[in-house]
Design a protein around this ligand. Structure first.
Ligand SMILES: Nc1nc2c(ncn2[C@@H]2O[C@H](COP(=O)(O)OP(=O)(O)OP(=O)(O)O)[C@@H](O)[C@H]2O)c(=O)[nH]1
Length: 322
């Protein structure tokens, strides 16, 4: 960055500078006369401070861009500062120099207004304070919009990280997070809650016989069975491998058994192969049901459902047990 001249000696005027929109007071020319014009070349970073004094940079020609330093590569974000626009007003207002990572996107001329001069402009020239406020509120709005966008993207990825990629059901991480919360809510409200552990029967044999891809497809079909049979307030989870879990808020032992029975039947009837030339494989599952007791926590609930599932397996599979 090099100083090429002073504003008073340059061909530039205040005509297209937003800070001076609608301002006709000739005092502006006098106050800006001695302000430096700096030139920075393409790709050069703007120093955080002009000396150690907070100042406003007004782009006269060229463009500045915000940079993100990641993995040693400088990436230019979309928010450009174009001719007429300025940056650094906040640093003047709160008298702190902010670490803005800015660089020239092409050869750029900047008018540098030191803090002392800007305050004089605000105090003495009608319209400058109004323009400054307008610029700051515009920037605040843009920053808010960006924050909201980031929040949305963050939320999207958070949701995504809670879903199982193969079946679209919630995953184990979600269960670990959410089950304690649901159990706590149920205890607090004195409401029942049931949990069903489900394990597809002889799934190793299914994979061996029809191939791993068809096994994946069968898992998706099983997930579809759960999704189609449950209420919107219930939750279907892929616990891991070929084990699935269903959480039934507001459901006592009778309802838990009824839902498990329904799921067991629908699983048995599920069509895995659409192609009728292929013999229908049997997709069945075993179900273990546990209902929350006042003295139990989520771990007890899962342990009891697991034990019930074990009994269903032992009793011959393709059935429910509580
Ligand atoms: N295709 C496919 N197979 C999976 C996936 N996750 C786990 N499996 C398979 O599921 C099978 C589970 O086998 P086992 O635990 O022996 O249980 P099983 O054969 O279902 O027998 P039982 O549960 O006793 O009825 C293993 O062969 C795993 O490879 C998956 O994402 N896709």
């Amino acid at each position: 960055m090099e100083q090429i001249t002073y504003f008073g000696a340059s061909p530039y005027t205040i005509d297209k500078l937003h800070l001076f929109d609608g301002v006709t007071d000739p005092a502006v020319g006098t106050l800006l006369e001695q302000c430096a014009i700096q030139r920075i070349s393409n790709g050069e970073a703007l120093p955080n401070m002009h000396g150690s004094v907070a100042c406003v940079y007004v782009v006269l020609r060229g463009a500045l861009g915000n940079t993100l330093l990641a993995d040693d590569t400088q990436q230019v974000r979309n928010d450009k500062i174009l001719p007429g626009e300025s940056i650094g007003e906040l640093s003047v207002l709160d008298e702190a120099v902010h670490a803005n990572a800015l660089m020239a996107l092409e050869e750029t001329d900047l008018l540098v207004i030191p803090s002392r001069t800007l305050w004089k402009l605000i105090d003495e020239v009608d319209g400058v304070a109004r323009n400054l406020l307008r610029q700051l509120s515009f920037r605040l709005r843009a920053a808010n919009a960006q924050l909201r966008r980031r929040e949305k993207v963050g939320e999207f990825y958070r949701q995504l990280s809670m879903l199982d990629g193969l079946t679209g059901l919630y995953n184990r991480a979600w269960l670990n997070d959410k089950l304690a919360e649901l159990v706590e809510e149920a205890h607090h409200a004195g409401r029942p809650l049931s949990l069903i552990m489900i394990d597809l029967d002889y799934f190793k044999k299914f994979n061996d016989q029809y191939g791993h891809q068809m096994g994946d497809h069968a898992l998706r079909v099983a997930a579809g069975v759960l999704n189609a049979a449950l209420r919107p307030s219930d939750f279907a989870v892929r616990y891991g491998g070929e084990e699935l879990t269903v959480i039934l808020p507001d459901s006592n032992a009778t309802t838990g058994r009824m839902v498990a029975q329904r799921l067991c039947e629908r699983m048995r009837e599920a069509v895995v192969f659409e192609d009728m030339h292929v013999p229908l494989p049997h997709l069945t599952a075993s179900f273990g049901i546990a209902t929350l007791d006042a003295q139990h926590d989520q771990e007890d609930l899962v342990t009891r459902a697991d034990a019930a599932l074990y009994r269903a397996k032992e009793a011959g599979r393709n059935q429910i047990s509580a």
